[in-house]
Each structure stands twice: as C-alpha cells, then as structure tokens.
Design a protein around this ligand. Structure first.
Ligand code: 5GP
Ligand code: MN
Length: 335
C-alpha cells in the first residue's frame, strides 16, 4: 500500500507557528530518529517557529547518545508541558505509527486537537486522520521516508550532520543493520548521502549496539536458556518472566533483538518472545517471521496488536502460561 499525498504541506508548514512531532509509545530507533531528525531539520529551515517533539514515554538508554535528545518532551513525565504543546499546535506530524491508539495515553490529546495532521509511516492499514499522508509499507523505515520527504520539500540544503545521525540511526535499527528484505538500493543511496554529509556510520553502530550492560547480556543468557523450539511448526519462542527481568536489573530496551536469535535458528520461520510486565498486567509480545508468514495479521487477530508482515507486536492479558497455551493452539489452528 502506497499513499503519497503531501501536496500543500510546504505552504502549510510555512504558515504554521507551533509544530509538534509525535511518534509511538515505547519509541524505538526509528521513532526517535525520525521525530528528532525532522525537528532538527525544521529548526534549520525556520528560526521563528516553535518545533517540539513529544513522545508518549522514554526511549531505551541505548539511544541516549542521539544529538539534542534532551529537547524531547515525554507525555508521561512532562505531562502538563506536553499537553500544552499538543493543544497549541497548528500542525502535528505523526511518525512511525498510523493509529492514535499507538500513542497510549496521549491518544486522547491527539483526538481532541484541532491541528492539521501529517502522517509519515510504513505500517499496514493506516487510519484516516491525516490531511497530509505519506504511507508506504514497502519502505523499511520511517527515517528513510523522512529523507524522501525532505527531498520532496526541497529542504536538502538544510540537512546537517546531526539530522543525518538521527536518520541514519532509524534506518539502521529498522532494517536490522541493513539486512532485512526491506533494505533497497534506495536505502543504500540515502545512507551514502548521509555518510557524505559527515555522518560517522561506524560510530553510530558502536554507540547503539556496543554499550551493553553485563546484566543485559546475562538476561540474554536466560532468554536463550528459555528458548523452546516447536520443530514441526518451524516455530520457536522465548519467555521472560517479571522475576527473571527483576533479577537482571531489567531496563527498557534490554530485550531488544532477543527474538531475532530465535528466528536465526536453522529451519525456523516464526519466532516470538513473550515478556511479562506485571505493572501493566500484560505479557508484551514480539513476533518475527520469514517470507510469507504474516505476523501482522496474527498479532491483530489474536494479540490486540499489529505491525508489519515480518515484524509485529501485541499483548496478552492472560498469564504467561495461559498465553503460551493460546499461542500453541494458534500454531495448531493456523499452521
Ligand atoms: P517490536 O516487536 O519490535 O516491539 O515491534 C515490531 C513492529 O510491530 C514495530 O513496527 C511496531 O511498531 C509494531 N508493534 C509492536 N507492538 C505493537 C502493538 O502493540 N500494536 C501495534 N499495532 N503494533 C505494534
Ligand atoms: Mn519504523
């Protein structure tokens, strides 16, 4: 699905005084990279506007090196300031999601807003709230779409190294460091442009991925120990209980990428990780697949979630063992 309806965005941008940029809850590298990158770019283009990134909650520590990340407001921590920004906005960019519900508590504020909305996103089945939309499920990251949008608007000359670092990060994390099938020649051309801009690619990989804590690696050890293979269904899954997380000093982002190890098993084309979150009373679920197995549909149908064909997420309000039983039944029914 491709929608490219950005006609008139440039003149609306020029007229807007208060611009807010939001992304989804539990923001990942693509969500933070796209929102921060766009905000830094717009600040280069215009020096007389209020441009504010508002994220529903904090991002993982491994993204804390991103330039100017301290300018971001978090709806849960800076609630009144964040609400004020959203209420005063005349233009709101919604990045890396396409349904207000993906912003959690913040969705109420967005629904009430009188601002014009811009959607730039690569997830399936977009809602219809945006006046300006760029929605394309074939593109690997929202950051790649931000770069294309900058080109469309003719703002290339305002690209700085810092904007490039943000965009590079989101492309890198959402393409699994340029290995997923969504990585195209266009992706690599954009990456080449960013390197020409002065972006130090190797440093970004190191800053993001080579900053592990010992407790994270030990938690990974537990996750790999808990890995179960259902060979006849070519599936594998990992569980992590709240107790296991607590014993290993769990911090947001620590489990990022664990599910990919399950998918890397020979012969496995469906991998899932179930992570208990006692404070929210849910099991958070991440699904990954290879080829035609559509985990977006599985996540929507069974786990109140969604995402992409080969990478999706959702939640279960059952206990861990009930959730696993449900998952095993889904495997029997669907595969
Ligand atoms: P992850 O498993 O890494 O959290 O997310 C994989 C993909 O699924 C991402 O594109 C993410 O935006 C999407 N996703 C994760 N959790 C949810 C969810 O609860 N609902 C929906 N609709 N999408 C999700
Ligand atoms: Mn994304």
């Amino acid at each position: 699905m491709k929608i490219f309806e950005l006609n008139g965005l440039k003149s609306t941008l020029e007229k807007s005084k208060n611009i807010v940029i939001v992304a989804h809850k539990n923001p990942d590298g693509d969500a933070v990279g796209s929102s921060l990158g766009l905000s830094l770019l717009l600040k280069e283009v215009f020096n007389n506007k209020n441009i504010q990134v508002v994220l529903p909650n904090r991002f993982p520590e491994f993204l804390e090196w991103l330039p100017k990340q301290e300018q971001i407001l978090f709806f849960d921590q800076n609630n009144s300031e964040a609400k004020k920004s959203i209420n005063n906005a005349d233009l709101i960019f919604t990045l890396d999601f396409n349904s207000f519900g993906r912003t959690g508590e913040m969705s109420q504020e967005l629904e009430q807003s009188k601002a014009d909305f811009v959607m730039i996103d690569h997830h399936q089945q977009p809602d219809d709230y945006a006046k300006f939309s760029f929605s394309d499920t074939s593109i690997g990251s929202t950051c790649e779409m931000i770069y294309l949008t900058i080109q469309h608007l003719g703002y290339e000359k305002f690209l700085t190294k810092e904007v490039g670092e943000c965009i590079y990060t989101g492309i890198m994390t959402d393409t699994g460091s340029f290995k997923f099938s969504s990585t195209s020649s266009q992706t690599h051309r954009i990456i080449a442009d960013l390197i020409d801009l002065g972006v130090e690619n190797s440093k970004i990989h190191q800053n993001t991925f080579d900053n592990n804590s010992l407790s994270r690696l030990q938690l990974m050890g537990i996750a790999m120990n808990n890995l179960k293979v259902i060979a006849e269904k070519n599936a594998a899954y990992i569980t992590l209980s709240q107790e296991e997380l607590d014993l290993n000093d769990f911090k947001k982002g620590d489990t990022e990428g664990f599910v990919n190890y399950a998918l890397s098993l020979k012969g496995i084309n469906l991998a899932v990780i179930f992570i208990e979150n006692k404070s929210e009373g849910i099991i958070k679920i991440s699904l990954r697949s290879i080829g035609d197995i559509d985990v977006n549909t599985l996540a929507r149908k069974y786990f109140n979630g969604g995402g992409h064909q080969n990478a999706a997420g959702g939640r279960s309000e059952l206990s861990m063992s009930e959730t696993i039983t449900k998952f095993e039944k889904i495997l029997t029914d669907e595969f």
